[in-house]
Design a binder for this molecule. Structure first.
Ligand code: MSP
Length: 662
């Protein structure tokens, strides 16, 4: 027997975050679909994912949480593995950059590159913020100050190791020009050549002494290996490169494809191939830079509060609806908008209407007209052979598109068969055939072909959707695993006549778009609220444990900055408690004859009665927000101390409401 061909696919390794969103799942689900497809079509597949756990940022977060960096990442990584389990990600290995097996390989790579002169010691120059203990480049500064805290930074030099990227630049340009498939899609290849490689590369800083949470340089203990050398090596450390057991490396390297988001194409097509060239190893066959999932305007990011939690969506719509949506909605190389509307509409049109209906109609008719027994197929008409032909041609088309990572197009090909089958029902009108005794064999043929077409569809979708195929096959009464393989799609007519169908639940119930949108919005609000409460509790805890001192004065502002805040005297006309919110009061204020509504968190310090008639100070031009569903048009000023005492700032003498405070 000839050896199976190998296929090695990777995702990027993820930064540990407890908020992996649907954008992260996008890369992983795509890699998973590809891995499943290749396994199904006979390859020996290695599918790698993992986590990228070192760096100053993690060190800092861990410190803030009073845990060690390792404790912190262990906790987060467990959550990431849970998410991949939920998404049915069939990875063959999960590499963590904190695995000893990884650290050892990275140290050997670093030493080897140093010994051969590709890494050398020099000085790194950057801007340092002492309170934040962070380095910044000139470019990252905000108005010359630290972008994190706004304080002054100083120019410092730090001893660092550098990697000679420049030495390999011409070889890399040549490789890219000679291998147009290396960087895909094509547009990203042009970007790399024109924007980075041809203008010339600068050597890369690859070590740091300003933090400890990294892999130590073995021959210079003050240094830890910085970011990309550590992270990129995962693709070969997981294969046992430079270890006593390099069998997997020999078997799977070079990788067939690294799937990465477009913002990290640069690292994968410049630093990584140069590292490999310097190590004398072959380059990956392809780096594919996919687009981003965009949610309402920006790249999805947790800071904008527009994250979509995959766990919430899976719970509500099932895993397959989400996997299908991710792979179908957006062509893989392009950016695409994620919206609740588009998700619901895809589920309704493609899954409930097209696929779901095809199955339920077919099974229902076999039950109704043949007592649930799949009838035999007799002579063929042109309509039948058209359907059969399409079914037999679809696997080849899908394979070709998958080889180009065109997931959405591959699914469209499969859906052509779904649509053709639905159309076949309309064309053959089984309900009319059922009326005449003599059309019995014809009716049998039609229903047989539909069931067989559904068998094809169930196999074709199985790399994309993991739960639905067995459900379809169960309803079709398929019991032999030989009828669910890729090989079995070479023959139209394998489905056994005489076996019994089993009507089951509707595979994709139709959704009411309006109700769903409301429900999703409510879920989003709930989650936001939960996060706000949690953040407040964390902050309170931290403040409590910090020394009991008034907080530091904020960075300086100019009189112009201050002038942007419009402060007014406002008279409290009415104060009411807010239902189910023991901290909030709803205030009706008079501001120079105009009425304003403000929700204020002072209910535990003031009763509504004592507020009425008081002259308070209002931030009058603050953007309105809704608190517990109630509109709040501004904020009233109060002072609070570290013990939790709170007093309102008021006008010390009678003055017109609406007067400016300066
Ligand atoms: N740790 C680095 C990768 C090192 S690989 C040697 C990293 N991690 S990440 O967690 O920030 O991102 C992981 C992947 O998720 C990237 O490919 C990134 O493009 C992808 N995505 C993150 N948000 C995304 C979207 N909104 N849409 C699509 N993909 C996105 O980068």
């Amino acid at each position: 027997m000839s050896e199976k061909q190998t296929f090695y696919i990777t995702t990027p390794i993820y930064y540990p975050s407890d908020k992996l969103h649907i954008g992260h799942s996008y890369t992983t689900v795509a890699a998973d679909a590809m891995a499943r497809f290749k396994r199904m079509t006979g390859y020996d597949v290695m599918f790698l994912t993992g986590t990228d756990e070192h760096g100053q940022k993690i060190e800092k977060i861990a410190q803030e949480n009073n845990v060690s960096p390792k404790q912190y990442v262990d906790h987060i990584v467990a959550g990431i593995k849970e998410l991949w389990k939920l998404m049915d990600i069939s990875y063959d290995d999960f590499i963590r950059t904190t695995d000893r097996r990884h650290e050892e390989v990275v140290q050997k790579i670093f030493k080897k590159l140093y010994d051969q002169g590709d890494i050398y010691k020099s000085e790194y120059e950057g801007w340092y913020c002492t309170p934040c203990e962070s380095f910044w480049t000139q470019h990252q500064l905000k108005e010359g100050n630290c972008p994190d805290c706004g304080r002054q930074v100083e120019l410092v030099r730090e001893e660092s190791y550098f990697f000679r990227l420049s030495k390999y630049q011409d070889r890399l340009i040549k490789h890219i020009e000679e291998h147009p498939e290396f960087i895909q899609p094509q547009s990203r290849q042009n970007e790399m050549l024109n924007n980075f490689l041809r203008p010339g590369l600068e050597d890369l800083c690859v070590s740091r002494t300003s933090f400890k949470w990294g892999i130590p340089v073995t021959f210079d203990k003050d240094h830890v290996i910085y970011v990309w050398i550590d992270a990129l090596s995962n693709y070969i450390s997981a294969l046992g490169y430079l270890t006593d057991n390099p069998e997997k490396f020999h078997r799977y390297w070079p990788a067939d494809v690294h799937l990465v988001g477009k913002e990290i194409v640069r690292f994968h097509t410049i630093i990584w191939p140069i590292m490999l060239m310097a190590l004398g190893e072959p380059l990956p066959k392809q780096v594919f830079g996919h687009g981003w999932l965009i949610l309402e305007g920006g790249k999805m990011s947790k800071s904008k509060g527009n994250v979509v939690d995959p766990a919430v969506l899976v719970k509500r719509y099932g895993l397959d609806a989400l996997r299908y949506f991710l792979l179908r909605e957006v062509p893989f190389g392009s950016d695409g908008v994620f919206s609740n509307e588009s998700l619901i509409s895809r589920i309704n049109s493609d899954l409930a209407n097209d696929l779901g209906n095809l199955l339920s109609r077919t099974v229902a008719m076999i039950e109704k007209y043949f007592d649930g027994i799949i009838p035999p197929c007799s002579e063929e008409t042109e309509l039948d052979s058209e359907l059969k032909q399409l079914a037999l041609e679809t696997p080849g088309r899908v394979e070709k598109l998958m080889d180009e990572l065109l997931f959405s197009n591959a699914l469209q090909e499969i859906w052509k068969l779904v649509s053709r089958s639905n159309k076949y029902i309309d064309e053959t009108t089984p309900w009319l055939l059922a009326k005449s005794e003599s059309d019995g064999p014809r009716l049998g043929t039609v229903l047989y072909n539909l069931a067989e077409s559904l068998r094809f569809i169930s196999v074709l979708i199985s790399p994309f959707m993991t739960r639905t195929p067995p459900r379809i096959q169960e309803q079709l009464g398929i019991s032999s695993s030989g009828d669910t393989t890729w090989e079995s799609l070479k023959e139209f007519g394998r489905l056994k006549a005489g076996s019994r169908v089993k009507r089951g639940e509707v595979i994709f119930p139709r959704l009411d778009p309006e109700k769903e949108l409301e429900a999703l919005e409510a879920l989003r609000q709930e989650k936001l609220q939960e996060e706000t409460v949690r953040a407040a509790a964390d902050k309170a805890e931290k403040e409590d444990s910090d020394s009991r001192q008034a907080p530091d004065i904020l960075p300086e502002i100019t009189i112009d900055d201050f002038a942007k805040v419009d402060l007014r005297v406002a008279r409290v006309v009415k104060a009411e408690r807010v239902e189910k919110a023991d901290k909030l009061l709803k205030l009706t204020l008079d501001v120079g004859g105009k009425s304003r509504q403000v929700v204020s968190g002072i209910a535990q310090h003031y009763s509504p009665e004592e507020l009425e008639g008081m002259s308070v100070i209002l931030v009058a031009n603050l953007k309105p927000v809704k608190l517990r569903g109630i509109l709040s048009e501004g904020m009233i000023l109060a002072a609070s101390d570290e013990r939790g005492k709170l007093v309102l700032v008021t006008a010390s003498e009678e003055i017109e409401s609406g007067s400016q405070v300066r």
